[in-house]
Design a protein around this ligand. Structure first.
Ligand code: PGA
Length: 241
C-alpha cells in the first residue's frame, strides 16, 4: 500500500485528480469507479476544471458508481444520480450511455443487483476505483459485518451512516434506510484503488485502517488484501499516524 500525505483537502484533491488524468491519457477507454459524498467533490472539481482548460476527454471513458440509495427517484437532489450529474457528468464530455449507477428505484432490486454485477464484468472490471471511507470503516455502503465475499447487494444502512449523511437531508427521518452497493469482492476486483480521506472526522477510521487488524467488522481492512491501493490523505485525517 502506498500513502500520499497532503497538507489539506485541496492538495488531496489535486493529487488524486492528477493520477486520474494521467491514467485517462494513457488509456482513453478506461473504466473508472466513482464515489459520492463530500470527499471526492474536490477531485471532481479538479477534473472539471482540467477538462475545460486542457480538454482532457472522457468520451471513451466508462464510469461505474459504487452505490445508490433505495427509494429515491433519480431526479431527487439527494440521489447519487443527481449528485454525479451536478458534480461531474454535466461538466465533462462523457458519452451518456457510458456512465453507470445502480438504480435504487428499480422494481426488482435483487435483479438490479445481478444486472449491475454483470455490467461490471461486461465492462472488463474497474481499472481505477475511487473510494472514500466512512467513519465506521465502510467502503461504498458496505457496513461493518459485510462479508468480504459480497458482490453487488442491498444493504440496510447503519445508524451512524444515516446520521452522518443526514447533513444532506432535511431530517434524519428523510435519509433512506437502504441502498444498493457494489460488494467488497466487487471492489477488490478493481485493478487499482485510490482511497481518499480528509479531515479530523476520518482520523480514527484511518488509524484503524492503517494499523488495525483485517476484519469484516471494519470493511476497509479488506483493501489490505489488494495489491494496488494508494491512500491519499491530508494532515488532519492522518493525525494519529
Ligand atoms: P464522505 O463519505 O465523503 O461524505 O465523508 C464517505 C463515505 O461515507 O464513504
Amino acid at each position: 500500500m502506498r500513502l500520499i500525505r497532503t497538507e489539506n483537502y485541496a492538495e488531496m484533491s489535486l493529487e488524486a485528480g492528477k493520477i486520474i488524468i494521467d491514467k485517462i491519457h494513457s488509456n482513453p477507454g478506461l473504466t473508472l469507479g466513482l464515489a459520492t459524498g463530500s470527499t471526492p467533490k474536490g477531485v471532481y472539481d479538479y477534473l472539471s476544471q482540467d477538462h475545460k482548460v486542457n480538454g482532457t476527454s472522457y468520451h471513451q471513458v466508462k464510469s461505474i458508481n459504487l452505490d445508490e440509495y433505495i427509494g429515491l427517484k433519480v431526479q431527487d437532489p439527494n440521489s447519487y444520480h443527481y449528485f454525479m450529474g451536478q458534480n461531474l457528468f454535466n461538466h465533462l464530455d462523457f458519452h451518456e450511455n457510458h456512465t453507470h449507477i445502480p438504480n435504487g428505484a428499480a422494481g426488482d432490486l435483487e435483479q438490479e443487483c445481478l444486472r449491475y454485477e454483470q455490467l461490471i464484468k461486461e465492462l472488463g472490471g474497474v481499472d481505477l476505483q475511487i473510494l472514500g471511507i466512512g467513519q465506521n470503516g465502510h467502503i461504498g455502503f458496505n457496513e461493518p459485518g459485510t462479508p468480504f465475499s459480497s458482490q453487488t447487494h442491498i444493504v440496510t444502512l447503519a445508524k451512524n451512516t444515516r446520521e452522518a449523511n443526514s447533513r444532506f437531508f432535511n431530517s434524519l427521518e428523510d435519509v433512506p434506510t437502504q441502498a444498493i452497493t457494489m460488494g467488497i469482492a466487487s471492489i477488490l476486483e478493481s485493478k487499482e484503488i485510490l482511497l481518499l480521506a480528509s479531515g479530523e472526522r476520518k482520523a480514527e477510521a484511518l488509524l484503524k485502517f492503517m494499523n488495525g487488524e483485517i476484519s469484516e467488522e471494519f470493511p476497509a481492512s479488506a483493501l489490505k488484501h489488494h495489491q494496488n491501493v494508494t491512500v491519499i490523505a491530508d494532515r488532519d485525517a492522518l493525525k494519529y499516524i
